[in-house]
Design a protein around this ligand. Structure first.
Ligand SMILES: NC(=O)c1ccc[n+]([C@@H]2O[C@H](COP(=O)([O-])OP(=O)(O)OC[C@H]3O[C@@H](n4cnc5c(N)ncnc54)[C@H](O)[C@@H]3O)[C@@H](O)[C@H]2O)c1
Length: 295
C-alpha cells in the first residue's frame, strides 16, 4: 500500500468506540499500525477484535487519559510493539452535563476539564518527545469541537474545554512545525456516537457529578435534546474519511460541518467590531500601529 500513512503507527485515545474507533478503522485501512487506548476495557477488547478481523495490526492499552503514568505506559507499549510513533489522536473526551453556570457543580467542571483538557496535555507530553526524537515527523490530531469555536449556553464547561483544545492546537502547530509534526484541531459539530452517555466513563473520584446528573435526569428534556442532537449527526465513518482528506491538504482546523460556517463568521464579525471599537478609543488608539512582539 502506498500512501503517506502506510507502515506508520498511530496512538488513538478513546479508541474503543465512536470517533476514535472510526479513525482507527480508517487509518488502519490505509496501512497504519494502530494503538487504541481507552478507559473502557470491555469495549476496548471488542474494538481490538473488530480491527483484527479487518486485518489491521492493532495493540490495545487500558488508559485513563487523566493519568500521566498510564500515558507513559501506553507510549512504551506502543514503541515496544511497533517502533516509532508517527501519529497521536487525542480523542478521548466526555460531554459533561448540560446546566446553567450556577447549577454546574465544581466537580463537573473538574471532570470535564481533567478529561478533555488535561487528557490532551498528558497525551501530548508523553508522546511528543518520542515523535521529535525519531525525526520522521508526523501528526497530532486533537479532537476539539465546534463548541470550541463559539460558546455554548448551558454547556460552559464542555465549550471551555474544547476552546482550550483549539488554543493548544494552535500553539503546538507553530511549536512543532520545525519537527515536521503537523498539529490540527478537529472541530466536528454533531456526530453519531455515545457522547451523550459519557457518564458511563465517570471515574469514581468525581462522584459529585452523579448528583448533578440525577437532578438533570428528573427534568428529562435536556437529556433527550442532547441525545436527539447527537443522533441527528453525521456517521463516524464520514467524519473519518473527512479527517484523512483534510490532513492531506494540511489544514490546522479540520471542519466537518460546512453548514456551521456562519456561526464562526458571526463570532469573527463580533471580534472585528470589538477591535474597531478599541481603534476608536482615545485611551488605547495610539497602540494601533505598534509592532507585535511574540515569544
Ligand atoms: N459526537 C459528537 O457529536 C462530537 C462532536 C464534537 C466533538 N466530539 C468529541 O469527539 C471525541 C470522541 O467522542 P465520541 O463522540 O466518539 O464519544 P463516545 O462517548 O462515543 O467515545 C468516547 C470514547 O472515549 C473513551 N473515554 C472516555 N473517558 C475516557 C478517559 N478518561 N480515558 C480514556 N478514554 C476515555 C470512552 O470509553 C469512549 O470509547 C470527544 O473528545 C468528543 O468531545 C464529539
Amino acid at each position: 500500500m502506498s500512501n503517506e500513512f502506510a507502515g506508520k503507527t498511530a496512538i488513538i485515545s478513546g479508541g474503543a468506540g465512536g470517533i476514535g474507533l472510526a479513525l482507527a478503522e480508517e487509518f488502519g485501512q490505509l496501512g497504519m499500525q494502530i494503538v487504541i487506548a481507552d478507559i473502557d476495557q470491555k469495549e476496548l477488547a471488542i474494538a481490538e477484535q473488530k480491527l483484527r478481523d479487518a486485518n489491521i495490526q492493532v495493540l490495545s492499552c487500558p488508559l485513563d487519559v487523566t493519568n500521566y503514568q498510564q500515558w507513559e505506559d501506553t507510549v512504551a507499549a506502543a514503541e515496544a510493539k511497533f517502533g516509532n510513533i508517527h501519529m497521536l489522536v487525542n480523542n478521548a473526551g466526555v460531554g459533561g452535563i448540560p446546566g446553567s453556570v450556577d447549577k454546574t457543580k465544581i466537580e463537573t467542571w473538574k471532570w470535564v476539564l481533567d478529561v478533555n483538557v488535561m487528557g490532551v496535555v498528558n497525551g501530548t507530553q508523553a508522546t511528543a518527545p518520542s515523535m521529535k526524537r525519531h525525526g520522521q515527523g508526523g501528526w497530532i490530531i486533537n479532537v476539539a469541537s465546534m463548541a470550541g469555536m463559539n460558546g455554548v449556553p448551558f454547556s460552559g464547561a464542555y465549550a471551555a474545554s474544547k476552546a482550550a483544545v483549539v488554543s493548544m492546537s494552535e500553539s503546538w502547530a507553530v511549536e512543532l512545525k520545525k519537527h515536521n509534526i503537523a498539529v490540527s484541531a478537529l472541530c466536528p459539530a454533531f456526530v453519531q456516537t455515545r457522547i451523550h452517555e459519557s457518564l458511563r466513563n465517570l471515574q469514581p473520584e468525581y462522584k459529585g457529578v452523579k448528583d448533578q446528573a440525577a437532578t438533570l435526569a428528573k427534568s428529562g428534556s435536556a437529556v433527550n435534546k442532547a441525545k436527539a442532537l447527537v443522533e441527528s449527526g453525521i456517521p463516524t465513518s464520514v467524519l473519518a474519511k473527512r479527517v484523512v482528506e483534510a490532513l492531506q491538504s494540511g489544514q490546522t482546523y479540520i471542519f466537518t460541518h460546512p453548514n456551521f460556517r456562519s456561526t464562526v463568521a458571526y463570532r469573527s464579525s463580533l471580534l472585528d467590531a470589538a477591535f474597531a471599537d478599541a481603534e476608536n478609543s482615545p485611551i488605547v488608539r495610539h497602540l494601533k500601529d505598534d509592532e507585535i512582539v511574540m515569544l
